[in-house]
Structures are given as structure tokens and as C-alpha cells.
Design a protein around this ligand. Structure first.
Ligand code: ASP
Ligand code: MG
Length: 416
């Protein structure tokens, strides 16, 4: 069995839903389990609805209406005749959503969030599954809340692998094709849970793991993984093959294509992960699997904006030693700072962090109590995996160099 994942951008309107059928037509006779996200920007709209509901805003009804309208428009284009049951199925889901929002919130934010945001995937899968059936691609709709069992860590739920494996194996039978929601699951009491934003890739990976799938294909609006974000870097090229390890490294430095969490289960069972373009299903795309790090072997460029470079030094110019460093890292941890690069000298320690508007000012206040410090905001951090001289020059030339680090495989530079 193959697992295909279609994200929000690949099902944002009627035309793109029709294109999903076109992609699937390239795989006649294959057993495929299709994992689907919410349509377009629905998850963001539902997040706003949650805010409004929790803060007892008055315009919840209006927000639900807007989300409903977007979906109804797509359904009307895909199913022009009124009598198709998808009209009714989706109507019922919107009524359930409205019912939740008509009552005062009875739980904390995160639990309510999962209850409401999970509707995005429930609705999208009803539409996709019905459309594929009506266009001749027979499939069964599955409820991920019955398959993916998680703990009660709402919004960031962790999968109960044993239970999930049992349920999935009982439900998913050979010879069939299925459509299921990504991103959502449920706890032991069957309350909906979610796996963290962009969690549908992870669902695909969990299902592939428990089913020993042949491969996972993530369908995107790019040709595959490139050696840099084309919105930022010129002349980027397609990476045809990337090892699991290299994919995790790239994600660590900020490449946003695939989350490390998605790769880990696949790596354990050596299941290949393909990234392909839904606009060009015949294209080769990228395959992430066991093997050589990168093919072609190219420098890979990653840029992080909105960085804050902080340099702390001891007031008496004493050496920065282990107890200072442990104090610094404790504060970084307490304030939830993500350290993207660090460097120490005898009397100072520098680190580059994501400049979070809430936590960074309070971190700086706390550091100032103990150390002298200088801060540079609006810095940019470039990381280059498998750099060469010209790759280094390319990123150095982007501004004034504040800090740089040359590792064996990775070069990093902070510029302003
Ligand atoms: N719909 C969810 C989100 O937008 C999950 C996903 O797209 O993977 O975060
Ligand atoms: Mg999405």
C-alpha cells in the first residue's frame, strides 16, 4: 500500500480537487490510502473562530458562515446536482460546529481548539472522498478519530502507537482505497485531539509505519525538495535523493519542507518518502530514503529571518565557565528561546535566537541581572549544508557579518 498526502494548497478550490483525481489516475489499480488536510486556509479560519468563541466574541456565527460559504461554493462546483448526499453530510458537520459554539466553553482553550479545528479535516475529507467516488475512483471514508489514538495533550497530542496500530490494522483491509483526515485523532474518551500545526504529514508517516507501507508521497506545489527556498535564493535545483539523516539535518537548520517528526517513523522501517508536485505528477520529485546524503551533491541554503543576536559577558571580565553557561542556558530554556547558533570566547558567549516579541524582552531582562550584554535585532541567520567557498561568499555578501561558524558539514553566518 502507498500513502498519499494532500495538503491544504492542493485542495484549495474545485479545480484543485479535480486535479487530485487527475493525480490518482496516474496510479491505476494501486492500493492507496489518501491523507488529507483541511482545504486552503481553513485551519487558520477555524483558529480565529476558536479565539472568538473562547473570548465570547459575538461574531462566531458570522465566522462559521464564512467558512461554510467557501466550502459550499466548492461543493456546488464539484456536484452541480443538488441531490448528492455530500451536501447533507457537510451541512450536518456545520450544524455540529454551530452547536458547539452556541454553548458556553466547558473546557480549557487547548481542548476546545481541538474540538473545533478538527472540523476542517472532517469537512475536507467528506468532500474529497465523495468527489473521488463520483468520478469513478472508488474509496472509503475513514474517521481518524477512531484510528489515531493519542494522549490528552490537546493541540500537541502524542500518538499511542499500540492502540493505533491495532485499530488501523483492524480497519484498513487489503484491496481497498481510503480517504482519511490528517492532523487529527482522539483521546481515550474519544475527544478530538490534534497533532500540532502541519501535522498531516505526520499522520501519513504514522499510518505508513503501522501498515508497513511501500512508500509515502507528499504532494506539494513545488517539484520536490530544492537546495534552497526559491523565494529567497536564485538558481536553486531539485534534490533527487536525500538521506533520512540529511533531511532531518536540513529541517533542523530551518528548511521547512518536511518536519523531522515525520521522518523518524519512516526511517525506522526504511519506508521511502517522496515529495512530488501535484501539478506535475510525472515529474521525478525528491525521494528521502536510506542511502547517500544528497544527489546531486549541492550546497543547501537555509535562511532564518527575524533573529536576535545576544552576546553576554561577565561584568568583571572573568572567564565564562560552566556555571555561567549553565545559568545562561537555564534562562534560555525557561523563556522558551530557540537557540539557532552559539559561540563562546574566553569572556563572552553569543547566541542567535528567534526574536519572539513576548519572550525575548523578558529573557533579556533576566540576563541583564547577571551579565553585561549587547543585542542586535533584525539579524539574519544563513546556514549552508555542504558548503564550498562560493556558497560561503554568497551568504556572506548579504550584509555585515556579525558572527560566523565553519563546521565540517555546515557553515553558519549571522548578518545584518
Ligand atoms: N490543517 C492542518 C494545518 O493547517 C494540518 C496540516 O495542514 O497538515 O496545520
Ligand atoms: Mg493545512
Amino acid at each position: 500500500m502507498k500513502i498519499f498526502k494532500f495538503g491544504g494548497a492542493s485542495i484549495k478550490d474545485a479545480e484543485s480537487v479535480r486535479n487530485v483525481a487527475n493525480v490518482l489516475n496516474h496510479y491505476p489499480g494501486e492500493e492507496i490510502l489518501i491523507v488529507v488536510s483541511a482545504m486552503g486556509k481553513t485551519t487558520n479560519a477555524l483558529e480565529q473562530l476558536v479565539e472568538c468563541y473562547i473570548n465570547e466574541g459575538t461574531d462566531c456565527k458570522q465566522r462559521i458562515e464564512e467558512i461554510k460559504e467557501t466550502h459550499i461554493k466548492i461543493i456546488n462546483e464539484l456536484f452541480p446536482a443538488d441531490e448528492h448526499r455530500v451536501h447533507n453530510d457537510v451541512e450536518i458537520l456545520f450544524m455540529q460546529l454551530q452547536l458547539i459554539c452556541d454553548m458556553p466553553p466547558s473546557h480549557g482553550f487547548n481542548r476546545v481548539y481541538d474540538q473545533i479545528v478538527s472540523f476542517g479535516e472532517l469537512i475536507s475529507t467528506k468532500i474529497i472522498s465523495s468527489y473521488l467516488n463520483s468520478s469513478g475512483y472508488q474509496n472509503k471514508w475513514l474517521d481518524a478519530r477512531r484510528l489515531i489514538r493519542t494522549d490528552q495533550n490537546y493541540r500537541f497530542a502524542r500518538v499511542d502507537w499500540n492502540f493505533t496500530e491495532r485499530m488501523v490494522k483492524e480497519t484498513i483491509l487489503p484491496g481497498n482505497r481510503y480517504v482519511v483526515q490528517g492532523f487529527i485523532g482522539s483521546d481515550d474518551d474519544l475527544n478530538p485531539t490534534t497533532l500540532g500545526r502541519e501535522g498531516s504529514d505526520y499522520t501519513a508517516s504514522v499510518l505508513a509505519y503501522v501498515l508497513d507501507a511501500e512508500e509515502v508521497v507528499i504532494w506539494k506545489d513545488v517539484e520536490g525538495m530544492l537546495n534552497g527556498d526559491p523565494k529567497i535564493f536564485d538558481n536553486v535545483e531539485l534534490l533527487k535523493e536525500v538521506s533520512y539523516r540529511e533531511a532531518i539535518e536540513l529541517a533542523y537548520y530551518g528548511a521547512s519542507v518536511i518536519h523531522p517528526k515525520t521522518i523518524q517513523p519512516l526511517q525506522k522501517k526504511e519506508i521511502p518518502l517522496r515529495v512530488k508536485s501535484f501539478l506535475n505528477p510525472e515529474g521525478e520529485g525528491t525521494v528521502i530514503r536510506k542511502g547517500s546524503d544528497l544527489n546531486p551533491f549541492l550546497p543547501c541554503f537555509i535562511k532564518k529571518d527575524n533573529q536576535m543576536l545576544i552576546t553576554v559577558s561577565t561584568r568583571d571580565l572573568a572567564f565564562i565557565v560552566e556555571d555561567h553557561l549553565s545559568m545562561i542556558y537555564k534562562l534560555l530554556h525557561q523563556h522558551g528561546a530557540r537557540v539557532n547558533m552559539t559561540q563562546n570566547t574566553a569572556v563572552s558567549s553569543s547566541f542567535c535566537i528567534n526574536n519572539d516579541p513576548i519572550s525575548t524582552p523578558s529573557l533579556i531582562e533576566d540576563l541583564k541581572k547577571e551579565f553585561d550584554l549587547t543585542c542586535t535585532k533584525d539579524a539574519k541567520l544563513y546556514s549552508v549544508r555542504h558548503y564550498d567557498e562560493s556558497a560561503r561568499e554568497r551568504v556572506r555578501a548579504t550584509g555585515e557579518v556579525l558572527l560566523e561558524q565553519i563546521g565540517k558539514d555546515t557553515y553558519q553566518v549571522v548578518t545584518v
